[in-house]
Design a binder for this molecule. Structure first.
Ligand code: PEP
Ligand code: MG
Length: 754
């Protein structure tokens, strides 16, 4: 019963248009559910350091927005300070009680306040009051506490959306915080990219030709009706006539004047059909969800499904590319490799996504392309910002929507400075990555998209340290053939020859899935991924191994790298399959040399067996992106825990040291190919720990080269020793920033946040 109430309140709030509506729903529903005389919400106004009454049921409604209390005074503040429920039998007798005449609260005695906390920050306080003198019971406390906790996210989101709504009329800019995804600053126009047939993802967009839009909508309805009739006929044999009735209901709903008329009315007000459909369906879903009859409530799913079908039909008719702006900033709930690849060359200046974190693949891709990115902007109102001017600060992880002139000027200045720094760095591209005391640390590029080969070469990379083979697999509708793969690998190798190219075998699973090979798992990062899949599917593995080795013909030994290895038998079995593929090729008369075999150390278990690994392979490459997530138990894509994800945490640094020491004792060279290698601060530590080479996004390469050319190894070693004595990542960052500044490399500190 309680759960049902909670669920419905939360659902209703989820649909609120703005903060005001959300809060009004909360106080009304809570007052009804708890049968109390008063329910109110106070929110913290940071700029004024006060709690402001934002909504009430029971107190004087005129006091909303007017009555406020300074932080530190009154019972409301007390709840916030304690950050836990305050339950009082007789509030007026409490020493912190403050009487405020405007609210008319004198007759209330019983008081229960719970904090509303989002990401450790108290946003406000939710309060229930009653005339009687009594203590609230445990169940009431739990109910209010649950509402407060569940709604904190919705309130934080509504605050941002509310800010956005204010923007439509006014000129003020809205800033939102996410995470730095790829360094650099972008100023451009938002282009919202959304997954097809997902109504919630449809952005607001205007339309010029209203009649054409209405015609397209009517056509989509007709198409959807035909689709459903066909579906009905196809499964008629398998369904009872009762079950078939659902299809009749669908067709009826499709013809219903209420849906069609509402959509058309909204198009006539200037919205495009998809946006109008989104709102109309949401309104209908809302009505059904609030019905008392559980059967009727479930019809909400049917309406949603119907909406999706109409949307699909609408989209069928417009399979043309979205209107890319000259300075496009791609914005989306989630941005995929294909979405990025589709933007015409030269038009993409930035990427902003609601999901993801610093080391998720969207960030890696953006870095590969040298495009600034902000990811994990959790409160990003994706559907509301299409076409707006945006500044994406990929250093701090902040975005500005419709920035003020002052902010824009500031960022334009920063862009000019960046251009100067980059011009200076490009002079380094032909100089070797050598320390002042003469130690060469080859810098390689991480690649994977065909289009990023050229920038990788121009950046002065001495080869490819990590070629991620997933992308050619992701953009097809089936596994690529041996010849298709051969051509791709051959092209990369030719492009870099005689410099080395390390080809990594397929690493799907985790957050990278193939449309034609879906894997549904509760815990994909701990599941069927990388070498675990390819060993289970030797037919897929051997095709790839053959293509890789064939591609190396005439260009020295192929370098094969195995991802996601977590035990020694996996190495032995992979080596057996590699040898088998090699021998077959030799038998077929392909003139190749035996391949060099490397293993990625990205699962902590290998750190503790590093000697066994090193004795079996030709080289080791530390994948710090995954090593960090597995060592710290922090999902690399989860923005809720992104603050905990840090490759410069002491535990990760020690693990990397153990790998370098253990492998080098057996003369096995160690490279680092995770994003850590491209961070000048982290690369300084790796240099001091004795790494043999580094592989990174080509856009990071010039900065790391500058660092290497500035620090003698002896000095880097001392710095690494100092770092190993530090106990938390914040101190590590601070110390390394100081070292860079001291060496005159202050310009690299900003990039070092990654
Ligand atoms: C890593 O895990 O550090 C790595 C380089 O591989 P990926 O980012 O592709 O998982
Ligand atoms: Mg990895």
């Amino acid at each position: 019963m309680m759960l049902d109430r909670l669920r419905r309140i939360i659902q209703e709030v989820g649909h609120a248009r703005d903060l005001h509506q959300a809060l009004t729903i909360i106080v009304e529903r809570v007052q009804e559910a708890m049968q109390v005389d008063v329910c109110s919400v106070y929110l913290v106004d940071d700029t004024r350091s006060r709690y402001v009454l934002m909504a009430t049921r029971g107190l004087n409604p005129d006091a909303v927005g007017k009555v406020s209390l300074p932080l530190g005074q009154g019972l409301v503040s007390l709840v916030g300070e304690r950050a836990e429920p305050v339950n009082l039998e007789d509030a007026p007798t409490h020493p912190r009680f403050r009487f405020i005449a405007e609210t008319g609260e004198q007759p209330y005695h019983a008081f229960l306040g719970v904090p509303i906390i989002h990401h450790r920050k108290v946003l406000g306080v939710l309060i229930a009051q009653q005339r009687a003198t009594r203590r609230f019971d445990d169940e009431e406390i739990a109910f209010l506490l649950t509402i407060g906790a569940q709604l904190a996210g919705a309130i934080a989101h509504a605050e941002v959306v509310g800010g956005m709504a204010a923007l439509v009329g006014g000129k003020s800019s809205v800033a939102m915080d996410g995470l730095p995804g790829s360094p650099g600053v972008a100023i451009g126009t938002a282009l919202v990219i959304y997954p097809p047939a997902d109504l919630d993802a449809v952005p607001d967009r205007g339309v010029d030709d209203i009649d054409a839009e209405i015609a397209a909508f009517r056509e989509a309805i007709a198409l959807a009706q035909a689709d459903i009739r066909e579906l009905q006929q196809r499964i008629a044999i398998a369904l009872s006539s009762e079950d078939q009735a659902i299809f009749d209901a669908y067709v009826q709903m499709l013809g219903s004047a209420s849906i069609i008329d509402q959509v058309i009315a909204q198009i006539q007000r200037g919205s495009w059909a998809s946006g109008a459909l989104r709102d109309t369906i949401a309104a209908h879903v809302h009505v059904f969800e609030n019905m008392d009859d559980p059967y009727m409530r479930q019809r909400a799913d049917d309406v949603r499904d119907l909406g999706r079908r109409i949307l699909m039909c609408l989209q069928k008719g417009r399979d043309r590319p979205p209107p890319y702006h000259d300075q496009t900033i791609l914005v989306g709930e989630e941005i995929t490799a294909t979405m990025l690849a589709e933007v015409p060359v030269g038009k993409l200046v930035g990427v902003v996504s609601a999901r993801g974190s610093t080391s998720s693949h969207v960030a890696i891709l953006a870095r590969a392309l040298g495009v600034p990115a902000v990811v994990g902007v959790q409160d990003l109102p994706v559907t509301r910002i299409d076409g707006r001017e945006i500044i994406a600060d990929g250093y701090s992880g902040r975005i500005y929507v419709s920035p003020s002139d002052g902010i824009r000027q500031e960022y334009q200045r920063l862009l000019r400075e960046e251009a100067e720094l980059n011009a200076g760095l490009s002079e380094l591209s032909n100089l070797p990555a050598e320390t002042p005391d003469g130690i060469r640390i080859p810098l390689y590029a991480n690649t994977g998209l065909l289009s990023d080969i050229t920038p990788a070469r121009r950046s002065g990379a001495e080869g490819v340290g990590l070629y991620r083979t997933e992308f050619p697999f992701m953009i097809r509708e089936r596994f690529p053939t041996e010849d298709e793969q051969f051509l791709i690998y051959r092209r990369v190798m030719q492009e870099f020859s005689p410099r080395p190219v390390v080809l990594r075998t397929l690493d799907v699973g985790g957050d990278k899935s193939l449309p034609y090979f879906p894997i549904k798992e509760e815990n994909p990062f701990l599941g069927w991924r990388g070498i675990r899949i390819t060993l289970d599917h030797p037919e897929i593995f051997s095709v790839q191994l053959r293509a890789m080795m064939r591609a190396s013909q005439g260009m020295g030994r192929a370098r094969l790298l195995l991802p996601m290895v977590s035990n020694i038998p996996e190495i032995d079995e992979s080596k057996r399959l590699i040898r088998k593929a090699y021998e077959e090729l030799i038998e077929e008369g392909v003139a190749i040399e035996p391949p060099l075999i490397g293993v990625m150390v990205e699962v902590p278990s290998l750190v503790y067996q590093i000697e066994s690994v090193a004795s079996r392979v030709d080289f080791i490459s530390v994948g710090t992106n995954d090593l960090t997530q597995y060592l710290l138990a922090v999902d690399r894509n989860n923005s809720n825990v992104a603050a905990l994800y840090d490759s410069l945490s002491p535990a990760v640094i020690r693990a990397v040291k153990a790998v370098i020491d253990g492998a080098q004792a057996l003369h096995c060279p160690v490279s680092v190919c995770g994003e850590m290698a491209g961070n000048p601060k982290a690369a300084l530590v790796l240099l001091g720990l004795g790494v043999n080479s580094l592989s990174m996004s080509s856009s990071s390469l010039p900065r790391v080269k500058w660092m290497i050319r500035s620090f003698p190894v002896a000095r880097a070693r001392r710095i690494a020793e100092d770092v190993l004595a530090l106990e938390d990542s914040q101190s590590v960052h601070a110390y390394l920033a100081e070292m860079l500044i001291e060496a005159g490399l202050g310009g690299l500190v900003r990039a070092g946040r990654h």
